[in-house]
Ligand binder design. Structure first.
Ligand code: NI
Length: 166
């Protein structure tokens, strides 16, 4: 199955909100499979969202298994409840070379549809919960760098302006 190329910051499509999925058709099935393949094609990625491959549908995929053979698909995900905020280190496939600390809930409950349109609910903790929030942000056109402290954001812009960011 084909891997798709991952859009890189500051591609304007990363800033656009994605639309809910209504059609669980063959086109959605290939998007889901391509997202899984694209994620597994990266060296260290644990999650990817449809807008990162230029498709503005509310779909995200995560795989936090060690041998990367347990992809989870979330279509139209919604966070039902969250608790226990903590400071966690994040990076993003669309912003290579940048790592930063972000405040995220480390426990949450999510509702979504699977790739066939069947609803499910799941409790997530730790990196699982953090990853879901990061990918859900992508569906709203938000990036983790938006959540960095002001000082860190200024440093990031400065680095880019000086051409130091890779
Ligand atoms: Ni990301």
């Amino acid at each position: 199955m084909p891997r798709r190329s991952i859009l890189l910051y500051p591609d304007p499509r990363l800033r656009m909100p994605s639309a809910p999925v209504d059609d669980f058709d063959a086109d959605l099935a290939s998007l889901v499979q391509d997202l899984v393949d694209t994620l597994h094609g990266t060296a260290t990625g644990i999650g990817i969202s449809a807008p990162q491959v230029g498709d503005l549908r509310r779909v995200l995929v995560m795989d936090l298994t060690n041998d990367r053979n347990g992809p989870e698909v979330y279509v139209n995900p919604e966070i039902l409840s969250r608790s226990t905020p903590g400071l966690v280190e994040e990076s993003c496939l669309s912003i290579p070379g940048v790592v930063g600390n972000v405040v995220r809930s480390t426990e949450l409950r999510v509702r979504a549809l699977d790739r066939h349109g069947a609803p499910f609910e799941r409790a997530l903790t730790g990196m699982h919960a953090v990853c879901l929030q990061h990918e859900l942000d992508h569906l709203d056109g938000k990036l983790f760098i938006d959540r960095l402290s002001l000082l860190r954001r200024i440093g990031f812009r400065l680095k880019r302006a000086l051409g130091a960011a890779s």
